[in-house]
Design a protein around this ligand. Sequence first.
Ligand SMILES: Nc1ncnc2c1ncn2[C@@H]1O[C@H](COP(=O)(O)OP(=O)(O)OP(=O)(O)O)[C@@H](O)[C@H]1O
Ligand SMILES: [Mg+2]
Length: 471
Amino acid sequence: MEAANISSTSEIRIPSDPMLQIIGQEEAVRIGRMVGSQRRNLLLVGPPGTGKSMLAQAIASTLPKPKQEVLILHNPEKPERPIVQVKTTSAKKNEKKPQGELLDPTMVPAYISEKLGFRCRRCARLSSPDASSCYFCGADKYKKMRGPFEDLLIGAGAPEREERVHTTRVREGKEELVVFERRGDRIALLTQKELMKMAEMQQKMQFKVLLSLNRPTFVQATGASETELLGDVRHDPYGSHPAIGSLPYTRVVPGAVHEAHEGVLFVDELSSLGKLQRFILTAMQEKQYPISGRNQSSTGSSVRVDSVPSDFILVAAVNINDMQLILPPLRSRILGNGYELLMNTHMTDNEENRAKLVQFLAQEIVRDGRIPHADAGAIEQMINYARKKAKEIDGVGGLTLRLRTLSGTIKMAGDIAASNGRLSITAEDVKFAVLNSKSVEEQATEKYGSWYKASLADYGMKKEKGGTEVG
Ligand SMILES: Nc1ncnc2c1ncn2[C@@H]1O[C@H](COP(=O)(O)OP(=O)(O)OP(=O)(O)O)[C@@H](O)[C@H]1O
Ligand SMILES: [Mg+2]
């Protein structure tokens, strides 16, 4: 689509794939996809606002869901050495549950088979609980039959199918609790004895889920402290008293290197981590990292969990000037199993790229959610602004890819349009925003002539200087 033919950003179809939302960084996207599918590492170098964080997130979105659940088990022989257990999804499915007596749906009371989704409430015939409507009469099996007044009493449309039904039965003159549980196309009857055994089993198995299966595949290590990066064992003031203290395994906390297991660990400003880079290197090499209490004065410091998995894809971002602050073995490790990539700062000013810029504007507007779409005039002004910025910052002809700046401008223009009750952003709104979206440095230069003079003014230096001159 040609940018010139578009009359509003509302006409743009925004791709749902986060990778395709990244514009002007074709090489980065190509490599990013490979990094995800081949599980390599990636070092992104480039100025602010060019899409480094965006790419890291897009890579994470291409990864499959985690398959390993990581548990921390109580170690009865040595509580301060809890044990790690890694469970794969397939193993989890085969976990043993107390069997109970397996019954055919025809053998249980009618109200039980109704609640479990087998029996139709209208025609009373039985069908698979996976089908939401009756195979025979078409009635909705999950909704209660509506009497004349029931609409007032029951939330309309709420599904009524249940996993299990608790009830009582009388055996040998005594009333006892029983549970009917849906198991595929059969029903399990669990007696009081079996229910007690289940509760006992749960109590005996003392564990905590450290990394759940539904964890995100994107983990960002921000300004990382050692504990944030590598985990910790929390302090318990009563730790040495077995009767009132909490068991060590309950106090184990994962670090970012663990949370990113099977996903992406994104480290923004890698150089600012300083010496912590060494730990990342170790975790990457070993694909596991022990968790121990990091505060020497804490009761947690005597606790250690070995072999906690940390098999992540490292995506790190760095400013070009800080390259030399990257730990050399870490950099060579990334290169040895991955890529280094310099982000583009601008793109050629042609029809295709102008259309991409319009896609970007549409994305920003939709993502913001509080501003109206941009009309043709506003689009043209934004393209001009992208040209101006490429010239101003990079001294080149083209369209800038320092897109955070542009994102700020279109949002400001959108705010002006919205506050004036307009249904779209116009050229005037963009012009106003461009004039007013100046950085503090630019504003100061305008007000005081230079940034240096402005900083003197800020500290009251001008006045003092004036004073000495008079004196
Ligand atoms: N290539 C791009 N395509 C589309 N949108 C972009 C692109 N680059 C930046 N943006 C927009 O600018 C915002 C900031 O980008 P992002 O956070 O990815 O930049 P960054 O390179 O990580 O910057 P920093 O170095 O400051 O962390 C994004 O949320 C997005 O709205
Ligand atoms: Mg970033």
